[in-house]
Design a binder for this molecule. Structure first.
Ligand code: FES
Length: 105
């Protein structure tokens, strides 16, 4: 499915991310800037912060406690904040759009 990434410089990149990979994987594996993912996807670093600007119906599961606890402490946290390593891509994600935080380090 195609995911649109709005990068820290405001430009957009569309990436075809295989099902089963995370939105973080889709960024890191394509060398997109802005998602640092220090912990490699184990939901402990919060340097993969994105704003979920558009999610098709049923695209992503709600955040679990581990994720919301981390997001809470981010300076630029917003109601649509998510950790992209926890956003697992499926067919339902076609057309999803995330804006990468400019504060991921
Ligand atoms: Fe570390 Fe997502 S990659 S929390």
């Amino acid at each position: 499915p195609t995911i649109t990434y709005v990068l820290p410089d405001g430009t957009e990149q569309q990436m075809d991310v295989p099902c089963g990979q995370s939105v973080m994987d889709g960024s890191v594996r394509n060398n997109l800037p802005g998602i640092v993912a220090e912990c490699g996807g184990s939901c402990s670093c919060a340097t993969c912060h994105v704003f979920l600007e558009h999610a098709p119906e049923g695209a992503f599961d709600d955040a679990m406690t581990e994720e919301t606890d981390l997001v809470e402490f981010l300076d630029d946290a917003a109601p649509n904040s998510r950790l992209s390593c926890q956003l697992i891509v499926s067919e339902a994600c076609e057309g999803a759009r995330v804006r990468v935080s400019t504060s991921n380090g």
